[in-house]
Design a protein around this ligand. Structure first.
Ligand SMILES: [Zn+2]
Length: 443
């Protein structure tokens, strides 16, 4: 890969090499986030750590990888999920990473992920087309690149920590009804992947415990748990297959998805609907999604995708109709769903729809105040309803999040001139100004 020395191997064990600074793309998607959260919550049942304490980032990448940084950030590559056949393999990877966090393991060298919470805007798996179209100002265009960068250094855990993470992973799996053998299954599978990607330098084997050793310590742990032989959870597996179908359609070439997912069962229809959508063949996607929704009307993700396709085709009524069904059927509402709804509603001219858009965007920000794109949409919504000072305030928040301190200060000052005194936005604008002034005085 030319100048990039992307290390192309897998590392359930943390092994991560980025030479210089390499950018990568963060993906956000409700189905992906919720499935992962469900597994993590299951694994953490008997621990003090809550899934909310963790930050999980999904990286769009064709390399199989997963790693932890900065204490509680877990990074998972999309291809890792696609490589797992069974959801328990994915659960095993998560368990291993969680074990590093629970064990308080520290890398031998430091690794720094920069720009994650500020300059980076994630790629939204869905909802992106309308968003790019709406992003007319230069400020937002500059941050639409869903990238974060990782600076230098090669980091790894010690062999002892790896052994202990494997053992703790087996414990997490077996104590929570998931067959721990899938950790081994996945390692073996990855070993083959690694061989085909073997690079000349910084070989995985030269710095990490051999998989055969790991198998040894995993086996000895399994013996402590009566073989840890639990049945599969069919509902989880079906959800996982659907999630993979979507990811495949999103990250692999169209012809590949069509070749792999070539029947008319749910999973295949879903994969090809996603793939055709990104391919621009919306008629086919709509056809597939209608079939799926007819069979499973309460699947939020099907409704979300169909809404998105309609939105891309400027059918805003249908877009909001299906997206509302998605919101009504999701187990846990999240910032993305409200943000997307806000975005859809912004396309209407009527005041009542704009008011609704503002309500949805506020809900989104209440759940996740660090969603810079929701702030951007909120500023547009305020501007469209003539509330310029509130639009300035929302813009100040967005600039603050993306690290544009001077612009943030400027907009907060502008907002304060007209904003209603003692309103929450008034207080927050004052706070922003204070924070930013302190920063300047520290320089
Ligand atoms: Zn590890």
């Amino acid at each position: 890969m030319k100048c990039r020395k992307f290390l192309i191997k897998f590392f359930i064990i943390f092994y991560f090499l980025f030479s210089q600074s390499n950018a990568f793309e963060i993906v956000r998607d409700t189905e992906l986030e919720q499935f992962t959260d469900d597994i993590i919550s299951l694994l953490l049942q008997s621990n003090n750590l809550e899934s909310e304490d963790l930050k999980i980032y999904f990286v769009k990448s064709d390399q199989v990888n997963a790693f932890v940084t900065g204490g509680q950030n877990i990074f998972i590559n999309t291809e890792l999920i696609l490589t797992a056949n069974d959801y328990r393999e994915y659960a095993a990877v998560l368990a291993h990473e969680l074990a590093h966090i629970l064990g308080g393991h520290i890398f031998n060298t430091s690794i720094e992920i920069s720009n994650l919470s500020n300059k980076a805007l994630p790629i939204y798996l869905l909802g992106i087309i309308g968003m790019i179209a709406g992003a007319t100002d230069a400020g937002i265009a500059g941050v639409m690149v869903g990238q974060a960068s990782v600076s230098d250094n090669f980091s790894y855990y010690s062999r002892t920590q790896e052994a202990s993470a494997d053992q703790a992973a087996v414990k997490l799996l077996c104590n929570n009804g998931i067959n721990g053998k899938f950790l081994m299954e996945f390692l073996k599978k990855i070993e083959n992947v690694n061989e085909s990607f073997a690079l000349d330098e910084n070989n995985y084997r030269s710095t990490h415990p051999l998989v055969q050793n790991r198998v040894g310590w995993i086996n000895s742990s399994l013996e402590n748990y009566n073989d840890c032989d639990y049945n599969t959870d069919k509902i989880f597996q079906k959800k996982f297959d659907l999630l993979k179908a979507k990811l495949h359609g999103f990250t692999h070439p169209h012809y590949e998805t069509e070749a792999v997912y070539n029947s008319t069962d749910d999973v295949d229809l879903y994969a090809t609907a996603v793939s055709n959508y990104f391919q621009g063949n919306h008629k086919k996607s709509i056809e597939n999604m209608k079939r799926l929704i007819k069979k499973h009307p309460s699947n939020p993700f099907y409704n979300e995708l169909l809404g998105e396709i309609y939105f891309a085709n400027n059918d805003y009524e249908s877009a909001t109709f299906y997206h509302e069904a998605a919101i009504n059927n999701i187990d846990k509402v999240n910032d993305l769903y409200y943000m997307i709804m806000g975005n859809y509603l912004l396309t209407f001219e009527e005041t009542n729809k704009l008011t609704e858009a503002i309500l949805n965007l506020k809900k989104s920000l209440l759940i996740n105040s660090e969603n810079a794109y929701a702030w951007y949409l909120l500023s547009r919504a305020y501007a469209q309803t003539g509330s310029i000072s509130l639009a300035n305030y929302a813009t100040a928040e967005r600039y603050f999040l993306i690290g544009e301190r001077e612009l943030s200060y400027e907009f907060a000052v502008k907002a304060l001139k007209q904003i209603e005194e003692n309103s929450p936005e008034w207080y927050r604008s004052n706070d922003l100004i204070e924070i930013l002034q302190k920063e300047v005085s520290k320089r």
